[in-house]
Design a protein around this ligand. Structure first.
Ligand SMILES: NC(=O)c1ccc[n+]([C@@H]2O[C@H](COP(=O)([O-])OP(=O)(O)OC[C@H]3O[C@@H](n4cnc5c(N)ncnc54)[C@H](O)[C@@H]3O)[C@@H](O)[C@H]2O)c1
Length: 86
């Protein structure tokens, strides 16, 4: 299943992405890696999923509409058919 997971550098989204990848799902992980807390922790979390062949990173700020449309628009197939876990 193709699933778009937001907050994949975060506590919950990262664990979720790992579990879904283990289950065999294809994940697009959206996160802007903001500095609300230590970004090194977020980068370390992303490193756990980045190298997985079924993981695509979209470093996008979801509140930035133009960037989101442009960023996700690049993945037309994803844009048309995905489940969203937020
Ligand atoms: N951790 C908990 O125990 C818990 C419990 C109940 C509800 N929640 C809710 O679940 C959600 C995730 O929690 P968490 O603990 O994983 O938080 P987190 O801060 O660790 O992760 C959230 C991630 O979202 C990213 N993000 C924030 N705004 C963004 C934006 N506009 N565009 C792209 N990325 C953005 C951040 O960079 C961060 O990596 C939050 O809404 C939180 O309130 C968490």
């Amino acid at each position: 299943m193709k699933i778009l997971v937001t907050g994949t550098a975060g506590f919950i989204g990262n664990e979720l992405a790992i579990r879904l990848l283990e289950r065999g799902d294809e994940i697009m992980g959206v996160d802007n890696v903001n500095d609300y807390y230590d970004v090194r922790l977020k980068e370390a979390r992303l490193a756990r999923v980045k190298s997985h062949p079924a993981f695509t990173e979209a470093r996008i700020a979801l509140h930035d509409r133009a960037a989101t449309e442009d960023g996700l628009g690049r993945f037309v197939e994803w844009y048309r058919s995905f489940y969203d876990i937020h």
